[in-house]
Design a protein around this ligand. Structure first.
Ligand code: SF4
Length: 499
């Protein structure tokens, strides 16, 4: 047991930057620290005993931001003997020992492949009164075998693979997360079952490229089979996944989505660009025709499917004609939402040194046109749902104005955000419960349902939320008797655009 000098448990805080992978890794960092006896610091606590930065390397200024934050903590640490600072994640994997050279008050640097070592590194650094830097070149243990402190009672992330075998020229993932490693289907399904046993209703299968799942053990249909196997898990109401790569998308995945009742009809499939020339420069081996072909098949099999995407504007060499092609594909694909990014150089990626880097104002102007085009379409698509009944899984923190408007919020099965009036059920609906309601209004990014709910189902996840419990599930599925618990799908933490 790790204890503070006064005999009380040491407190910790994890600060997360970057994509869903990092958000889920932070759940593991929290689970590991709690298993080691640390307790989460209260939100207002300005002096936790341990601060962990889980960093992201995809942004141009990510390192400035990290060193700025570390600089702020220096005087705090000076006033708080025994405080420790750890830096992990992609930037740690990239900068390694440079971090303690630039910020010698940092105690531990750990990489993306050895999250499990963090508690031991903290202990060792404290014992030796010296910084510990441990970076491994490749993964030794699949991270999902680590205990996990999940954030939600009703939804959880489950990793199916880590790393990526592609070489997209704007992406730092292959060099920092390594080659794809696939987790065995049995381990994945055990974790899903453990989550469901603790009341979780929705699971999101997570990988850099879920469609290539199985490449390591030689089964290119493994992902479709995994979706179908999730369909056999009693009590699992919603299955989502992120992110597929259009190159590896096979028809059997579409069939599995359509034929497995608990798999949601929502698909997040990164487009990145509608121009074949830009896709070639990005080293993305599909072309717009193939991308639109997949969408056509998805819609034929699931007419109610909501398709979302990521798009990068202003990739080096992008011409006005290339950009116009992206707008064409956006119009044709009729996305229900799109995460749009202005291209910015990511140090260490091939694209960062390509000719044809575009001036900021060109990128900005295209970006604004893209957003206007996307919003016109998402709004039109959302309006089609007015008058429809939707099933909403009630969420925490999805509606910023809920308190003022008296509504609650959650996600429909297709992933759309719904703000709904609670009517006579005010005070009785809990996060994690299921509500059926009728859409009365559509905006580009959300739906409102202002009539009384048609139905409300209390769930075990709702009971747990009401009791303030975070359910705990066996976090270690490969033998060690440790305990972890389930997760909210975090709102997309802007910026990675990494697929
Ligand atoms: S963008 Fe996605 S598919 Fe491409 S290299 Fe990065 S992680 Fe892999």
């Amino acid at each position: 047991m790790t204890t503070a000098a006064a005999g009380s448990p040491r407190t910790y805080q994890v600060r997360t930057y970057g994509c869903q992978m990092n958000v889920h890794d932070s759940e593991r960092i929290s689970g590991l620290l709690e298993d080691a006896g640390y307790v989460r610091a209260a939100e207002a606590d300005e002096q936790p005993d341990v601060v962990v930065f889980n960093t992201c390397a995809v942004r141009e200024n990510a390192d400035n931001r990290l060193y700025g934050n570390l600089g702020h903590l220096r005087p705090v640490k000076a006033k708080h003997p025994g405080m420790q600072i750890a830096v992990g994640g992609c930037l740690a994997q990239k900068d390694r020992g440079d971090i303690v050279r630039k910020a010698p008050w940092v105690d531990v640097v750990f990489g993306t492949h050895n999250i499990g070592s963090l508690p031991a590194l903290l202990d060792r650094a404290r014992h030796n009164a010296a910084a510990e830097v441990e970076i491994l070149e490749s993964l030794e243990v699949f991270p999902s075998t680590l205990p996990t402190r999940r954030e939600s009672t009703y939804a959880g992330w489950v990793s199916i693979s880590v790393g990526c075998n592609n070489t997209c020229t704007f992406c730092i993932v292959p060099s920092l997360r390594g080659k794809e490693k696939d987790r065995r289907p049995g381990d994945i399904l055990s974790e899903v079952r453990a989550l469901v046993d603790s009341g979780v209703l929705e699971v999101t299968l997570l990988g850099q490229n879920v469609n290539s799942y199985g490449v390591e053990f030689g089964d290119r249909y493994a992902f479709g089979k995994l979706l179908r196997a999730c369909g056999d898990i009693d009590g699992l109401e919603r299955v989502r996944f992120t992110s597929p790569h259009p190159k590896d998308f096979t028809d059997d995945v579409i069939a599995a989505m359509a034929e497995t009742p608990n798999v949601c009809h929502s698909l997040h499939m990164p487009l990145q660009s509608g121009s074949d020339g830009v896709l070639r420069a990005m080293r993305r081996s599909y072309r717009s025709e193939r991308y639109l072909g997949i969408i056509e098949k998805v819609r034929a099999a699931m007419p109610d499917a909501a398709i979302t995407t990521d798009i990068i504007v202003g990739f080096p060499g992008e011409t006005e004609a290339d950009f116009a092609r992206t707008l064409d594909v956006v119009r044709e694909a009729r996305f229900s939402s799109a995460f749009t990014f202005q291209y910015s150089k990511r140090p260490g990626t091939p694209a960062a040194t390509m000719d044809g880097q575009l001036p900021k104002q060109v990128v900005q102007e295209r970006y604004e046109r893209l957003i206007a085009c996307v919003e016109e379409i998402t709004w039109a698509e959302n309006k089609k749902l007015i008058g429809e009944t939707v099933e909403v899984l009630v969420a925490v923190g999805e509606g910023r104005k809920d308190e003022r408007t008296g509504r609650m919020s959650g996600r429909a099965r297709d992933g759309r955000l719904v703000h709904f009036a609670t009517g006579d059920l005010a005070g009785r609906i809990r996060p994690g419960d299921i509500v059926h309601t009728t859409v009365t209004y559509a905006a580009p990014h959300h739906l409102n349902a202002d009539g009384a709910p048609l139905a409300h189902r209390r769930t075990r996840a709702g009971d747990a939320a009401e009791a303030g419990q975070v359910p705990r599930t066996p976090g270690v599925l490969l033998g060690l008797p440790t305990i972890g618990a389930p997760a909210a799908p975090p709102a997309p933490v802007g910026g990675c655009a990494a697929h």
